[in-house]
Design a binder for this molecule. Structure first.
Ligand code: 5GP
Ligand code: SF4
Ligand code: MG
Length: 466
């Protein structure tokens, strides 16, 4: 998901709409905005579909006045899978004795089932199936006298990944979980306006200046042009999601002081060193494989070309909630540039293999178009474990790499060769010259290593074996 909030600008909701539009890649199912105005109080709108199709309408934006607003774009990783209900769309809102509070959450709470059970037993009335709603109910039960303190109480009980943006009548609040699994950045706009966003690309779109990242385990409370920082969870070392670098974030964002584009290009360089092959053409599987393909081509000296063309009017296929839509999606989204690939030995570069359906279909399309050989190079290690921290990987049983060896995968996909970047290669690409520190890993890489930095309580209860 993507979160965005702004304080201290006129018509804040319009800025939120733009910010969410820049974060649309993080969630395409639905979006919501809550705004606060001194006279008109809190107002909200929650809609299915793209930001640009909803939050551009003047008639809707007029209902969201005020100088303080937050928003959320959703991609369901928890809650009802098949049909997202509008009541699952964030931000969530709660009315407390000291005033209202809206909360937008990116990540996934790993003890949400247990918390929900406990809260319902004690009288909470849940409105949605979302794990994030726990935060509001935990806040309601806190005995603290102000909302930031209640939020600290609530988040101390929550396990897992959370980058949260919240607002009261006068404050904009941002919090990152102790591991800082999901991103969250701080920016400045105008004279005394401030912005919180999942990624820096959302600051760029509104012309905000990037100040810094919110640190793992940090809370900031912004009001009247002042920022107050605290550490509600005690000291911690971050384990940022390495997959944000591989796929999830936008390439024009800066994360951990690094350009995501440059990291991806560097993964391609590592891949070319680790898994060279004789070929005529390096083609990305667009868009997610493009920077790595550029790196592979550059390092190997094999010409780069767009052998697969992407229809710009399709969204991210993986983020469609049902299997059927995803299966159709590959063909709706990608087509082979026949004139380019005919007769050539092609290196295809993609960011990841999850179920393997994309790779298999693309291989068919490329061979149909007359390619002589197809060599797959993947810019991440085999995805053998599900993510429980906010990226929607399927059950282990559906992960190709959990079922097969690399050679079996090569055969199943049907290509001449298949290679994945190593975990150390990936760490080198994100700037860790010595690779992964196995005693104390610098990132979360659980989907590749099975090393889960937070025990996935709910999943263990459901029978998941680590
Ligand atoms: P597959 O067809 O193997 O299941 O999916 C792999 C494709 O899904 C890749 O092209 C990758 O870009 C894309 N993808 C989209 N979202 C995700 C995600 O959340 N996780 C992973 N691993 N790949 C994703
Ligand atoms: Fe990111 Fe993978 Fe960790 Fe999930 S399991 S947070 S996708 S690195
Ligand atoms: Mg892709």
């Amino acid at each position: 998901c993507g979160v965005f909030g702004v304080i201290g600008v006129a018509d804040a909701a319009n800025f939120v709409a733009l910010g969410l539009h820049a974060l649309q890649h993080r969630g395409q199912e639905a979006g919501g905005i809550v705004a606060h105005d001194a006279e008109q109080g809190f107002n909200s709108a929650h809609r299915f579909g793209y930001v640009r199709d909803n939050f551009t309408k003047q008639s809707l934006m007029e209902t969201l006045p005020g100088a303080l607003a937050i928003g959320h774009v959703r991609y369901s990783t928890a809650g009802t899978k098949a049909a997202t209900a509008i009541r699952d769309v964030q931000p969530f809102f709660g009315e407390f004795a000291m005033g209202g509070c809206a909360v937008a959450h990116n990540g996934n709470i790993t003890n949400a089932l247990a918390l929900r059970r406990e809260l319902i037993e004690r009288g909470s009335i849940f409105q949605s199936s979302s794990d994030s709603e726990c935060i509001i109910h935990l806040m309601a039960r806190s005995i603290q006298r102000n909302i930031p303190e209640r939020m600290k109480d609530a988040l101390r009980r929550v396990e897992g990944a959370f980058s949260v943006i919240a607002m009261t009548r006068t404050k904009l609040i941002g919090v990152r979980d102790p591991l800082g699994v999901r991103p969250l950045v701080l920016g400045r706009i105008g004279d005394d306006g401030f912005v919180l966003a999942s990624e820096t690309c959302a600051l760029d779109i509104i012309g905000a200046e990037f100040l810094r990242e919110i640190e793992p385990g940090e809370m900031v409370v912004i009001s009247k042009g002042e920022i107050e920082s605290s550490r509600p969870f005690g000291p911690s070392t971050g384990r940022f999601c390495i997959f944000e670098h591989v796929y999830f974030s936008r390439p024009d964002s800066i994360i951990g002081g690094r350009s995501v584009y440059e990291t991806r290009r560097q993964i391609g360089v590592e891949l070319a060193r680790e898994a060279p092959v004789e070929a005529d053409l390096v083609c990305p599987v667009p868009d997610s494989g493009t920077p790595a393909a550029i790196g592979y081509a550059h390092e190997s000296g094999i010409p780069f070309g767009m052998g697969i063309i992407r229809n710009q009017y399709m969204g991210r296929t993986f983020i469609e909630p049902t299997e059927q839509i995803r299966n159709m999606g590959v063909r709706l989204k990608l087509n082979v540039n026949r004139a380019l690939v005919k007769g050539k030995r092609v290196v295809l570069v993609d960011d990841s293999v999850v179920r393997g359906t994309t790779s298999r279909k693309i291989k068919d399309m490329i061979l149909d178009a007359g390619a002589a050989e197809v060599h797959f190079r993947i810019a991440s290690p085999p995805t053998a474990w599900p993510c429980f921290y906010g990226v929607d990987t399927p059950d282990r049983g559906k992960l190709l790499a959990a079922q097969m060896s690399e050679e079996e995968m090569r055969e199943w996909i049907g290509v001449d060769s298949l290679a994945f970047v190593t975990l150390d290669g990936l760490y080198r690409a994100v700037g860790e010259a010595r690779g992964r520190n196995n005693a104390c890993p610098q990132y979360c890489d659980a989907c590749f290593s099975g090393d889960y930095p937070v025990a996935p309580f709910d999943q263990l209860e459901r029978g998941f074996r680590m």
